[in-house]
Design a protein around this ligand. Structure first.
Ligand code: ZN
Length: 417
């Protein structure tokens, strides 16, 4: 079951409709398509703008879930979106290139350090991006559905009371930990009383990174099984570190959300209880659904809605320096163009959603990933898997302009005009 989202002539979101009715409206020229995924149409005729109350929920995290329900419990929207995991690594990479370049090209100058102050309210770029990606998804939902209230799942651990959300190193010791009886309790709360690898709450143990101190920064919560694997070194150190970092990042990000009148916060325990009472499987989309029903006291109707999956991607690839220049010290010409224009003047860029017909008349719907100077592109699916390489831009049809949030597309079906 899917819905078609409807905007009024003036652009305000109305109640969604069934695909059959949308097709009828489009055929009668009473609406036009404004967005392919999630499929949204805008009416071209005047109608009443009366709507029923719609509430939406969000489960924050590296993979965030969002759900929207009508006040009578009908589920109208459910998505799961992966956030960008590479911000921190990309910044490190850039820093390495810069250092290397200055080492080669800049003459000696006096070292300068300790002369830069972080402005008030500064947060790490990885967290800033994470927050942006959560806000953007909420804005998207508010743009296609008449949302009158939000519910956000919050961990039991209340970072909101903290004055400085960007905690680092030694601050752990005398900052947030104050008021907690011991380190164990603090770490458990921080990690939401669950294994940071698999989310299990059974037989929790604190794993300490080898050779590190007892500070919370070096401790993560693992279940019995994961703990055993970690001790036997079956889980790479990087995986452990990455999981710990995400838990902390999401917690810090939550602290940045200012309490607002139309946003209610729900604890993870309430969400888990609601999910179990209603027999919902543990997914991020269902967590979001549970959060909104719990917060606004909505009686959930049985739902068979298709959960749409999406992913955030980078806008462009502005790499001035290559890590491995071609042999002989000469930098290879970058074969990736920023954009290409075809014969009819249509401009294509990375992550445009396009339709391509192969010679054997196979329909391919996917995202542009690489643009070649020979005026062809490589088309990939939303996960980055190659669908077709070498599609001529003159035979491409653009379905939707590039965006940093890309969605799954059912190949060959979603292009039904
Ligand atoms: Zn585990």
């Amino acid at each position: 079951m899917t819905y078609v989202y409807v905007l009024s002539k003036s652009g305000r979101p109305l109640m969604p409709t069934k695909p059959a009715r949308a097709r009828h409206l489009l055929k009668a020229d009473e609406a036009r398509v404004v967005r392919i995924v999630p499929f949204t149409i805008q009416l071209t005729i005047e109608t009443s703008e009366a709507v029923q109350p719609v509430y939406a929920g969000q489960d924050p995290g590296l993979t965030q879930g969002v759900a929207a329900v009508r006040s009578d419990g009908k589920v109208l929207f459910q998505v799961e979106v992966k956030c960008r995991p590479d911000i921190s690594e990309k910044l490190t990479e850039r820093r390495n290139y810069r250092r290397n370049r200055r080492h080669r090209k800049t003459r000696y100058r006096q070292p300068r350090y300790l002369n830069r102050k972080k402005p008030e309210g500064w947060v790490a770029p990885s967290i800033r991006q994470l927050k942006h990606e959560h806000d953007k998804l909420r804005r998207l939902v508010e743009g296609i559905l008449p949302v009158s209230g939000w519910a956000i799942e919050l961990n039991k651990f209340d970072f909101q009371k903290m004055e400085n959300p960007s905690i680092k190193g030694v601050q752990y010791q005398n900052g947030p930990q104050k008021g907690y009886f011991d380190v164990r309790e603090y770490v458990l709360e921080r990690d939401g009383y669950a294994c940071v690898l698999c989310g299990s709450k059974i037989n929790r143990k604190l794993y300490r990174f080898r050779g590190k101190s007892q500070r919370p920064k070096n401790l993560i919560t693992l279940c019995g099984e994961c703990y055993k694997k970690a001790v036997e070194k079956k889980i790479p150190f990087e995986v452990l570190l990455e999981n710990y970092r995400w838990t902390a990042r999401v917690n810090v990000m939550r602290a940045l959300w200012k309490p607002a009148e139309h946003i209610k916060f729900v604890t993870a325990e309430q969400v888990a209880a609601f999910r179990e009472n209603h027999g919902l499987t543990k997914t991020h989309a269902n967590d979001a659904l549970a959060a909104v029903c719990e917060a606004y006291g909505i009686e959930l109707q049985p739902c068979d809605i298709h959960v749409l999956c999406g992913r955030y991607v980078r806008r462009k690839n502005r790499q001035l320096h290559r890590a491995n220049p071609g042999k002989g010290g000469v930098r290879q010409p970058a074969n990736a163009n920023r954009y290409l224009i075809n014969k009819s003047g249509v401009r294509f860029q990375k992550y445009d959603l396009v339709l391509y017909r192969t010679r054997s008349d196979r329909k391919i719907v996917g995202y542009i990933n690489t643009l070649f100077s020979r005026r062809t592109v490589r088309i990939v699916d939303p996960t980055g898997r190659e669908l077709y390489n070498g599609a001529s831009i003159n035979k491409l049809k653009k379905i939707q302009n590039a965006d940093t949030l890309i969605w799954e597309v059912n190949n060959g079906v979603s292009s039904s005009e």
